[in-house]
Ligand binder design. Structure first.
Ligand SMILES: C[S@@+](CC[C@H](N)C(=O)[O-])C[C@H]1O[C@@H](n2cnc3c(N)ncnc32)[C@H](O)[C@@H]1O
Length: 194
């Protein structure tokens, strides 16, 4: 049986021992993809990082000058790991860590840029309409002009009727091959605009 990526208990068990892990691509590579979007935002911009897990992306965003970064996960241990990673890199904790379900956000704030790396993928393993609910939830939390960037393993992640966004795959990242004869496989980075 494949792992239950949509299940909170799967992530709880995993983060009981896992202190740091990057899904799909490392944060430096992701930052290069995000750069044209970050370049348009000043350092006071509000960033929402959904399903932060044990990634160090938040440290890269803080390094890049952003202090208003809200990291969300529905597993408390992920938030603890995130705080620990920030503390060990900067010697203090300045960013926000919020326990919330990305399919039913009620954060009381709006964001200029929402980022997820492989979180929509994990959510897609659950109920059929779970990514749609995530999208509807994000839509309500965007500032005018705000957008969502999602890194995914799927070339059809946002082929969803009623999606409240125009989705465009603007970057592809070749998945490293184990053998030269392996087929070309890509990760997909989407820009989602209301
Ligand atoms: C595949 S991991 C990606 C972690 C990180 N973004 C990375 O790239 O390494 C998915 C993360 O999303 C979180 N997650 C899954 N479903 C969620 C939901 N409904 N609401 C909030 N977080 C969720 C999991 O706890 C896990 O940390």
């Amino acid at each position: 049986m494949p792992p239950n990526f949509e299940s909170q208990s799967y992530w709880h068990d995993r983060y009981s021992t896992e202190a740091a892990f990057e899904w799909l691509i490392d944060s430096s590579t992701f930052m290069r993809i995000l750069e044209p979007f970050l370049d348009r935002l000043d350092h006071s911009a509000r960033l929402l990082h959904l399903g932060c897990g044990t990634s160090d992306l938040h440290n890269h965003l803080r390094d890049r000058g952003y202090s208003n970064v809200t990291n969300v996960d529905y597993e408390r241990l992920a938030l603890k790991r995130g705080e620990e990673l920030e503390q060990s890199n900067f010697g203090d904790v300045n960013l926000k860590y919020v326990l919330a379900d990305a399919t039913q956000l009620q954060l009381g704030e709006r964001y200029d840029l929402v980022i997820d790396k492989c979180t929509a993928d994990a959510i897609s393993c659950g109920a059929e309409d779970a990514v749609l609910r995530m999208a509807q939830s994000i839509r309500k939390h965007l500032t005018p002009g705000g957008c969502w960037i999602s890194m995914s393993y799927s070339s059809s992640r946002f082929d969803i009727a009623e999606l409240p966004f125009a989705a465009e795959a603007f970057a592809t990242i070749p998945v490293p091959k184990e053998r030269e004869t392996d087929p070309d496989v890509f990760y997909w980075c989407y820009l989602l605009q209301p």
